[in-house]
Structures are given as structure tokens and as C-alpha cells.
Design a binder for this molecule. Structure first.
Ligand SMILES: Nc1nc2c(ncn2[C@@H]2O[C@H](COP(=O)(O)OP(=O)(O)OP(=O)(O)O)[C@@H](O)[C@H]2O)c(=O)[nH]1
Ligand SMILES: [Mg+2]
Length: 201
């Protein structure tokens, strides 16, 4: 449920990028921050990293204008993907309004994607949130690696192993090259706003 500040007339919409370690969640937010550097006034907050691994979370807030007189503030978060940081992952998920699941298209990461998705479902259950009811977008990342001859899971295989139950919108992407990063973000924002509007009616 989005946080509404009646006094300030603003709605905070929380979108969490979830997925296996090294899948490219932080790289998504970095790209968005760079791409919209003129419009996003705030700095991206990266809380604790070790090398390039997220230890706590990344946070990128920006405004997208008004709906019915309310300022809409989007807050993008990433979770730490490493298995051992599950307590932090669950904490970051608290109050989530929409989720981007960033899967790693490398063949060697097939099982890691599946267990990260199972873990998402379990953690949402802790907050009594049903994964089938929350806005969800799939992103199949690192598609650029095909050019380097690295074995990748095909779009169909990824759909079968991760998305056959959800039928969520899915994008082939490269967070590194910026392919479909903005499209993924726009889709989840759009779906989340529609879902919140229904909730408030
Ligand atoms: N080739 C390629 N590399 C990528 C892509 N996205 C991310 N990477 C690389 O993969 C590594 C991990 O990316 P991160 O964005 O840090 O991954 P993460 O999901 O935030 O990882 P955790 O914080 O550990 O959960 C980095 O070296 C990135 O440069 C991509 O689309 N293509
Ligand atoms: Mg990260």
C-alpha cells in the first residue's frame, strides 16, 4: 500500500527491483539515474557495497508529476541478491507497491533465477502479500552477452521457467547497454499506478 501524505498531498510509490545476485538490479538503477540526470535531481543512494555487490539496498527517488492534485513520488529500490542477505531483502520489500524481477539470462544462472523467484514469493507471504496480486514485470537481463558467445537462456526458456504462472509483461534487456531499461521501468510504474488507483477507489 503506497504511503499517502494528506498534508503534503503526495503519494509515495515503492517499486523494488528483485532478483538473483549479480543479475543487474543496481545496473538498472544506475542507468536510469544517468539517463534522466537532468530530471532526477536527487542523488542515487547506494547503501554499503562491497566491491560492486549490494549489501543493503540502492534507492532512487523522483517525481513524475501530479495525479488528481497529488504529487506522485516514485521510489526505486534494489535488494541485495546474495542468498545470505535474506533478512535485508525482506526488510526492503516491506510496503512494496510493484516489483521488477531482474533475471540473469546466462545459462549458468538458470537455477539461481528460480530460487530467487521462490524467495520473493516466500518473503511477500511474510507480509501477507500475494505475488499474483502485486504488479510484476519480468526483465531478462544481459541479452547483450550473446554477441560474446556466452550461452544464454532463450526468451522462451525464461518464460517457461519463470513466468508461465504469472504471465507478467516481460522484456529482453541489457541493463549495461540500456536496452529496455526505461521500458521496464515505465511498464512497472504504469501498472503500479493503475493498481493503486483501483485500491483507492
Ligand atoms: N554484460 C552485461 N553485464 C551486466 C548487465 N547488467 C549487469 N551487468 C554486470 O553484472 C555485474 C553485476 O551487476 P549488478 O547490477 O551489480 O547486479 P545486482 O543484481 O545489483 O547484484 P547484487 O547487488 O549482488 O544483488 C556487474 O559487473 C555489471 O556490470 C548486462 O545487461 N550485460
Ligand atoms: Mg546490487
Amino acid at each position: 500500500m503506497a504511503f499517502i501524505n494528506q498534508k503534503k498531498k503526495e503519494v509515495q510509490v515503492k517499486i523494488v527491483y528483485y532478483g538473483p545476485g549479480r543479475g543487474g538490479k543496481t545496473t538498472n538503477l544506475e542507468y536510469i539515474h544517468r539517463k534522466f540526470s537532468e530530471r532526477i535531481k536527487a542523488e542515487m543512494v547506494t547503501i554499503k557495497t562491497q566491491g560492486d555487490r549490494t549489501l543493503f539496498f540502492d534507492f532512487l527517488p523522483f517525481n513524475i508529476g501530479k495525479i488528481k492534485g497529488y504529487d506522485i513520488k516514485i521510489q526505486l529500490y534494489t535488494v541485495p541478491g546474495q542468498v545470505k542477505y535474506n533478512a535485508t531483502r525482506a526488510l526492503v520489500l516491506r510496503g512494496v507497491d510493484g516489483i521488477v524481477f531482474v533475471a540473469d539470462a546466462m545459462v549458468v544462472r538458470k537455477d539461481k533465477n528460480i530460487s530467487a523467484l521462490d524467495n520473493l514469493q516466500e518473503n511477500l507471504n511474510m507480509f501477507n502479500t500475494d505475488i499474483y496480486k502485486i504488479p510484476l514485470v519480468m526483465q531478462y537481463n544481459k541479452m547483450d552477452l550473446a554477441k560474446q558467445g556466452i550461452p544464454l537462456l532463450s526468451y522462451n526458456t525464461l518464460e517457461e521457467s519463470l513466468n508461465c504462472k504469472f504471465k507478467a509483461p516481460a522484456f529482453k534487456a541489457s541493463a549495461l547497454k540500456g536496452i529496455n531499461v526505461v521500458q521496464t521501468m515505465k511498464k512497472i510504474i504504469h501498472m503500479t499506478l493503475i493498481s493503486l488507483q483501483k485500491e483507492f477507489k
